[in-house]
Write a protein that binds this ligand. Structure first.
Ligand SMILES: NC(=O)c1ccc[n+]([C@@H]2O[C@H](COP(=O)([O-])OP(=O)(O)OC[C@H]3O[C@@H](n4cnc5c(N)ncnc54)[C@H](OP(=O)(O)O)[C@@H]3O)[C@@H](O)[C@H]2O)c1
Length: 235
């Protein structure tokens, strides 16, 4: 039976991934601050963790995984967007908070996951087209996802028995998109119009349907160079 570890399983893409893997009879470990009771009923092994709290987070994840000696797939999915606004108008405290969750938590998590000689076949860091586009207004989010891509590349150079990919999952109809698509039209932040047009269409599936598309693509990613960036829309 496959063993899977996913962060951010209480909503959106992480919830969808956990559900699809559980439906495939995988053993799924998941963390998030809120507990997804319906997934726990389906067998999800869950701990409530605030990934911005390194010390307590490390302790909880280490004890959760005490008996686990390998993972087939680890998905570093938990993330936050922050507010769309100009870089110059964004307080550093906001950017630090975004970096803490979208980047630094994944650093200590990978260290915990690789401890005790645990083997991991594949790591997917959920990235974003924003890591490349640098669109005006996407401030700390773009910075954090670009840094996540590099974090994944750096771990790939060290952990030669594990395959790493930074994967942009395309548009997904989640809380993040609810926020983006209710923002007023603003000529400074051009992608908002594209997102508003995509909401409610096939171009923006919900987390479950995105997971159904993403999971079958995981073996294909193994053929790419470890540490690279890929976009689901180009696979
Ligand atoms: N939606 C899109 O169109 C889109 C596009 C490209 C990339 N992505 C990426 O896809 C990933 C999932 O996003 P989503 O759209 O599914 O967002 P979402 O619905 O807001 O889900 C975010 C998940 O992260 C968890 N999380 C947030 N803060 C956390 C914290 N401090 N500690 C632990 N867990 C935390 C949340 O759980 P709790 O609140 O319970 O902690 C939730 O389960 C993100 O990395 C995002 O950047 C999304």
């Amino acid at each position: 039976m496959e063993k899977i570890f996913i962060t951010g399983v209480s909503s959106g893409l992480g919830y969808g991934l956990a559900k699809v893997f559980l439906e495939q009879d995988a053993i799924v470990y998941g963390i998030s601050r809120r507990a997804p009771e319906d997934l726990i009923d389906l067998g999800l092994k869950h701990r409530c963790v605030d990934l911005r709290q390194e010390d307590t987070g490390k302790e909880t994840v280490s004890s959760m995984l005490m008996q686990v000696d390998c993972f087939d797939v680890v998905v570093l999915n938990a993330g936050k967007l922050g507010q769309i606004r100009d870089m110059g108008a964004t307080p550093l405290v906001d950017i630090r908070d975004t970096m803490e969750l979208n980047v630094f938590a994944n650093k200590w998590l990978l260290d915990v996951l690789f401890s005790n000689s645990r083997s991991i076949a594949q790591v997917i860091g959920i990235s974003s087209g924003a890591s490349k586009s640098g669109s005006r207004g996407w401030n700390g989010y773009s910075l954090s996802k670009a840094t996540l891509n590099m974090l994944i590349k750096l771990y790939a150079a060290e952990q030669l028995d594990t395959h790493f990919t930074s994967l942009a999952p395309g548009l997904i109809d989640t809380a993040m998109q609810d926020y983006l698509t209710q923002l007023p039209a603003d000529a400074r932040y051009a992608p908002l119009e594209i997102l508003k047009a995509a909401k409610g269409t096939e171009a923006m599936p919900d987390g479950y349907r995105c997971a159904q598309k993403l999971i079958p693509l995981l073996p294909e990613l193994l053929e790419k160079e470890s540490g690279c960036y890929a976009d689901i829309r180009n696979l």
